[in-house]
Design a protein around this ligand. Structure first.
Ligand SMILES: NC(=O)c1ccc[n+]([C@@H]2O[C@H](COP(=O)([O-])OP(=O)(O)OC[C@H]3O[C@@H](n4cnc5c(N)ncnc54)[C@H](O)[C@@H]3O)[C@@H](O)[C@H]2O)c1
Ligand SMILES: [Zn+2]
Length: 366
């Protein structure tokens, strides 16, 4: 069996380790047992993930001497609400065994779960420790690392939340084998994003390994996740609360989020929207003459190889522009975008013109 990899996230007193590898669910208990003062655990999972992996997680905790119960909620983005957050507080506070600050919350599942579990932990008794156990590629390479937790509000996604770093992250790549179709590609969009903003070699690796990754090769998935976590960890360590360079992670997300809002979250996957957003952002950069057209074409070819969309007809450019101006990251009506000059070379601009966005949306509809 391949050796697990460990990636440190350097955040001073909030530092932690991300472990990635095959069969790591069996080691979850040992990891949770290392959280200082832990006495019991509560596993938070959506019902689909609970059915698949809940019992194995609980057994691993029990084997490490940690009594754990399971709190479930219905799967899907529509559950990432204040109502579900409140039901988790009810579950935490009203269990047969009283919780105290030595209770550790374990978020077992995709990004919806790690966001909800982390936020429930951040707020219950003014802050419980939590451990993330992501079971989607998206949660593994993005949502579970960096400490952003929260829920959606009718006014927009992720508008209620807190920074609350986990005490550890345990990623068992074997769990990706049961992912629904398209869910792996969803996470791969964020991997391509990391490659563009930080490391050309990662794009070559994804390109060459696309077939084996799609077939859930354990060794390749372990390396893929470890390399992406290392990039995200470095960005977060340099800028924990997004005062500066962490914003680079928004590459592909300005137009991407607008497309997601325009089409509706149940219609298009986050990764698909980010894929379109990266193609559009690269179009803006290429038109400005700051990104070589060959790099834009290469990124697009890899996205297409990963079965991610690089074209989308029927997007109303004026509505996309309107949505972008109301993005929580827009400042004083100015639209901010992350543009690439090349691999590992990105800049944040706030002088994006409506015409540039119109041209990019037109390009998506080609
Ligand atoms: N906190 C952050 O920094 C951050 C970063 C990126 C994304 N996110 C958030 O992540 C969320 C999206 O995450 P997601 O795509 O993982 O969604 P998700 O958690 O809804 O999971 C997608 C679906 O896959 C199922 N599933 C999960 N793991 C499975 C497995 N191993 N086998 C079978 N089915 C499985 C789930 O039940 C769900 O239906 C969004 O809410 C987004 O805002 C947060
Ligand atoms: Zn994203």
């Amino acid at each position: 069996m391949e050796t697990p990899q460990t990636i440190p996230v350097h955040l001073g007193p909030r530092s932690y380790t991300v472990s990635v590898g095959a069969a790591l669910l069996e080691t979850l208990g040992r990891t949770v047992a290392q959280v200082p003062h832990v006495r019991q655990a509560v596993i938070v999972a959506d019902s689909a993930v609970a059915r698949l992996y809940g019992e194995r997680a609980r057994a691993s905790l029990a084997a490490a001497g940690i009594d754990a119960r399971l709190l479930e909620f219905p799967p899907g983005e529509s559950s990432k609400t204040a109502a579900t957050w409140l039901s988790l507080q009810d579950g935490l506070l009203a269990g047969a065994r009283p919780i105290d600050r030595r209770t550790v919350v374990v978020g077992l599942g995709g990004g919806v779960t790690t966001d909800l579990a982390g936020f429930a932990a951040a707020t219950c008794l003014r802050g419980l420790a939590w451990v993330a156990c992501p079971t989607t590629l998206l949660a593994a390479v993005d949502a579970s690392v960096g400490g952003k937790t929260g829920v959606d509000h009718p006014a927009g996604k992720n508008l209620i939340g807190a920074f609350h770093q986990p005490s550890a992250v345990v990623i068992d790549v074997d769990t990706f084998a049961s992912l629904p179709a398209g869910q792996l590609a969803n996470g791969l969009a964020e991997c391509v994003k990391h490659a563009v903003i930080r490391e050309a070699g990662l794009l070559d690796f994804i390109d060459a390994g696309a077939g084996a990754i799609a077939a859930c090769d354990r060794g390749l998935l372990t390396e893929l996740v470890a390399r992406n976590v290392a990039i995200k960890a470095a960005v977060v360590a340099a800028d924990e609360i997004e005062a500066g360079e962490r914003a680079h992670l928004n590459f592909g997300h300005t137009i991407g989020h607008a497309v997601e809002t325009y089409l509706g979250y149940e219609t298009i996957g986050h990764g698909e929207a980010v894929s379109l957003g990266m193609v559009a952002a690269n179009h803006v950069a290429a038109r400005r003459g700051i990104l070589p057209a060959a790099i834009a074409a290469r990124v697009e070819a890899v996205l297409a190889k990963l079965t991610l969309p690089v074209r989308r007809a029927g997007l109303a450019a004026n509505v996309i522009w309107e949505i972008m101006q109301h993005d929580k990251k827009a400042r004083e009506g100015k639209v901010r975008m992350v543009l690439a000059r090349g691999f590992g070379k990105v800049e944040i601009v706030d002088d994006v013109k409506e015409k540039e966005v119109r041209d990019a949306v037109k390009y998506l509809g080609r």
